[in-house]
Design a protein around this ligand. Structure first.
Ligand code: NDP
Ligand code: MG
Length: 401
């Protein structure tokens, strides 16, 4: 492959660091044009010294000043603000944009990359959950290429017929011989914990994921299985799959990353060790293959792969996500926004673990039919959901009946 230019949004996060790890293994293949971060300024400065990007972007003016001081004497220009994130996502010299900011903040720059017709390496699932219709439209209208980084969706992408993603494809599952998409889930740290003790779960326990090392927010989402719920919505948009064609199966070993079932009974899967560098390298080099630095899969050593159905009493957030997807409109954006608020409140010990699903349920029931005819309306729904979630949290009206 010829030299490929990259913008990495969220470079200081887990996905960003893994991306730079793969990039560093292939200096002949990739050139970093821009990196972004938020609070970890020292880390961003160190990354800039190593990868020498043309731009480094942060959101706030004081952070920009601090970063500038750290980068004095280097060729990296420091930019600041959401517009700057959009700017480095749509630069003519950039081929691919890794969208790895966490949360709703990732939407605008990811959308800018799609509108500029880039190859978008999408880790920020919230973009699709909030605004899937508008984002997918922008991808189509501007001939952008969308490659999923989320391990499950990357696995589905690899297991689907490649014609499914061709520009002129009608992207209809049955027309391509596909019966269902099977998303695997690890089940997180509480898969077999006694139901009566779920109320005692602490943030420290919730972020200790058995298989993956991830940011805090997505770790809590994995514990509640809201992450899988968001991924069902993500799969709906990525693969044009109706909710009833997306099934979740718990697979605690996290080796089979997801599957596609065909009409003839075949099931194709992608397997690898749970290491995000595999889907990242796949998307960076697509359609070629490059080394990712991961350990080779030793199936004989692993021995057993098991599968089970998820229990919605244990994981009510998964049910809420299916409900929001069936409702459509602003409901997924509302669920996503409220979830960010309740997860932050849980991590701050302002609400108990069971308060997460209870608050989300209350917000969704009150707001689900807000209008969603434009991005502005979706952003308004997002804001309203956050406000209501905060109000319920502050009033401590968050415990299940
Ligand atoms: P992290 O929390 O580790 O990193 C988030 C990144 O976004 C950091 O660079 C952070 O900067 C930056 N950031 C945080 N808030 C803002 C903001 N308001 N504006 C701009 N930048 C911001 O998250 P992960 O890397 O784990 O996840 C990133 C995305 O990838 C998420 O959407 C997640 O759902 C998705 N994902 C992650 C997986 C994983 O294995 N980690 C797997 C699949 C998907 P700083 O750290 O400097 O403050
Ligand atoms: Mg995932």
């Amino acid at each position: 492959m010829s030299l490929h230019s990259l913008t990495i949004l969220g470079a200081t996060g887990t996905i960003g660091v893994n991306t730079l790890d793969v990039v560093a293994r292939h200096p002949d293949k990739f050139r970093v044009v821009a990196l972004s971060g938020q609070n970890q300024i020292d880390k961003l400065a160190a990354q800039c010294r190593q990868f020498r990007p043309r731009y480094a972007v942060v959101l706030e003016a004081d952070k920009a000043t601090a970063l500038q001081a750290l980068l004095a004497g280097t060729a990296t220009e420091v930019l600041c603000g959401v517009e700057a994130l959009e700017f480095v996502s749509s630069l003519a010299e950039v081929d691919s944009v890794m969208a790895a900011i966490v949360g709703a903040a990732g939407l605008r720059p990811a959308l800018a990359a799609a509108r500029a017709g880039k190859r978008v390496l999408l880790a920020n699932k919230e973009t699709l959950v909030m605004a899937g219709r508008f984002f997918m439209q922008a991808v189509r209208d501007n001939n952008a290429t969308l490659l999923p980084i989320d391990s499950e969706h990357n696995a589905v992408f690899q297991s689907m017929p490649s014609a499914y993603f061709a520009r002129q494809s009608n992207a209809n599952l049955a027309a391509h011989g596909v019966r269902r998409v099977l998303l695997t889930a690890s089940g997180g740290p509480f898969r077999s914990r006694e139901l009566e003790t779920l109320k005692d779960i602490t943030p420290e326990q919730a972020i200790a994921h058995p298989n993956w090392v991830m940011g805090k927010k997505i770790s809590v989402d994995s514990a509640t299985m809201m992450n899988k719920g968001l991924e069902v919505i993500e799969a709906h948009w990525l693969f044009n799959a109706p909710p009833e064609k997306i099934e979740v199966v718990i697979h605690p070993q996290s080796i089979v990353h997801s599957m596609v079932e065909y009409l003839d009974g075949s099931v194709l899967a992608q397997l690898s060790n749970p290491d995000m560098r595999t889907p990242i390298a796949h998307s960076l080099a697509y359609p070629e293959r490059i080394e990712a630095g991961v350990n080779w899969l030793d199936l004989a050593k692993i021995g057993t792969l098991t599968f089970e159905a998820p229990d919605l009493r244990r994981f009510p957030c998964l049910g809420l996500a299916y409900q929001a997807l069936a409702e459509g409109g602003a409901a997924p954006a509302i669920l996503n926004a409220a979830n960010e608020e309740v997860v932050a409140a849980f991590l701050d010990k302002k609400i108990p673990y069971l308060g997460i699903a209870a608050t989300l349920d209350a917000v969704l029931q009150r707001l689900f039919d807000l209008p969603a005819n434009s991005l502005d309306e979706l952003m308004a729904a997002d804001a309203q959901a956050r406000a209501l979630a905060r109000e319920l949290i502050a009033a401590k009206r968050v415990l299940p009946a």
